[in-house]
Design a binder for this molecule. Structure first.
Ligand code: TXD
Length: 318
């Protein structure tokens, strides 16, 4: 049986970690593409040379030629500039739109049957552009943001409550921006509502609410927190791992329910825009968008987040 093939477009910080994770997990043969000569070749040689130590056996190739992504099952796109301190994700739209246009044309020509996971920022706009240019069906062009945003939220909750990060289930919805929607009401520790545990800890509902509000705020600004510390780039380990969770679910037809940037056609009151919502990911990409009831406050936050996405996407005049 043929091995799966994963192509990574963009051989920078996230691209390099993606390549290493694909190799360590033997997800398939991996191609790393970048426009910078030598960069993807050097990174792939570096990773390949430690196969004997790590015990993985897959083919790894670095390239500057789109031809090499031929017959990819999955393409993960990280090409584009990251933020610098003080910048918002939206400030990247002009430069990254140009890059995404080239990338999407390459994918369309050489990997027409692939499932594409976009990571480049501003995420919701870049996924929209990638789908428009490739013309691929919506279930095959998706974005990674929610897995990471939810993971950050879950980590903050675990640290606050002194429990394992493995036992927190948390989810964020909406755009990958400062208005994202961490869903407190659906967040639990091993099924126990998180607010109940915070109230037990602090003995007061008001204090529990205050602590939760601080965690929600930190989640919304978590990408910026890392940018401010690094000063020369943005988070890269965590977005790579998050995209790998999505790719694994697709390659293994696992049907995991993961927050995914998906094209909505009426779901959650949104029509014709890519926004983060829970999706079943399997061999066809997005196999189902999971809908559920939001209360008035959650819907209002979702509407605000979607309005920000619409403003940005409409500014591209596609
Ligand atoms: O969760 C998320 N979605 C994200 C997204 C979390 C963090 C950062 N996120 C965004 O991913 C970030 O704002 C950037 O837009 C992308 C990539 O971040 P990374 O940290 O990997 O950026 P690098 O290290 O600058 O790498 C980008 C690479 C670099 O090697 C360039 O040479 C390459 O992109 N590049 C191109 N590759 C292919 N084709 C073209 N045209 C091109 N232009 C630049």
């Amino acid at each position: 049986m043929a091995r799966k093939k994963i192509s990574l477009i963009g051989g920078g910080q996230i691209g390099g970690v993606l390549a290493q994770l694909c190799a360590l997990r033997e997800l398939g043969d991996v191609v790393l593409f970048d426009i910078v000569e030598g960069l993807p070749q050097g990174k792939m040689l570096d990773i390949a040379e430690v196969g004997p130590v790590d015990g993985f056996d897959v083919n790894l190739k670095g390239t500057n030629s789109y031809e090499d992504i031929k017959d990819s099952d999955i393409v993960i796109v990280t090409a584009g500039l990251p933020r610098k301190p003080g910048m918002s994700r939206d400030d990247l739209i002009e430069v990254n739109s140009k890059i995404m246009t080239q990338v999407a044309e390459g994918i369309k020509q050489y990997a027409p049957n692939s499932i594409v996971i976009v990571i480049s920022n501003p995420l919701d706009a870049m996924v929209t552009l990638c789908q428009k240019i490739t013309g691929f069906p919506y279930n095959r062009v998706i974005g990674q943001a929610g897995v990471l945003d939810s993971s950050r939220f879950a980590a903050f909750i675990a640290w606050e409550l002194g429990v394992s990060v493995k036992d927190v289930v948390a989810m964020t919805l909406g755009g990958h921006g400062d208005d994202m929607v961490p869903l407190v009401r659906y967040t639990s520790v091993c099924g126990i509502p998180v607010m109940e545990l915070l109230e037990q800890k602090y003995g007061s509902a008001a204090k529990a609410k205050e602590v939760m509000e601080a965690m929600v705020k930190r989640t919304r600004g978590a990408g910026g927190e890392v940018v401010a510390l690094l000063k020369t780039g943005s988070a890269f380990y965590s977005p790579a791992s998050s995209a790998i969770a999505m790719a694994e679910s697709i390659l293994g037809d696992q049907k995991r329910v993961l927050p995914t940037c998906a094209y909505l056609q009426g779901e959650f009151g949104v029509n014709g825009y890519y926004v983060g919502v829970p999706c079943v990911l399997g061999e066809k990409g997005i196999e189902r968008i999971i809908q559920f009831k939001l209360d008035a406050e959650e819907q209002a936050m979702m509407d605000k987040s979607v309005a920000a996405v619409k403003g940005l996407v409409d500014s591209m005049k596609l």
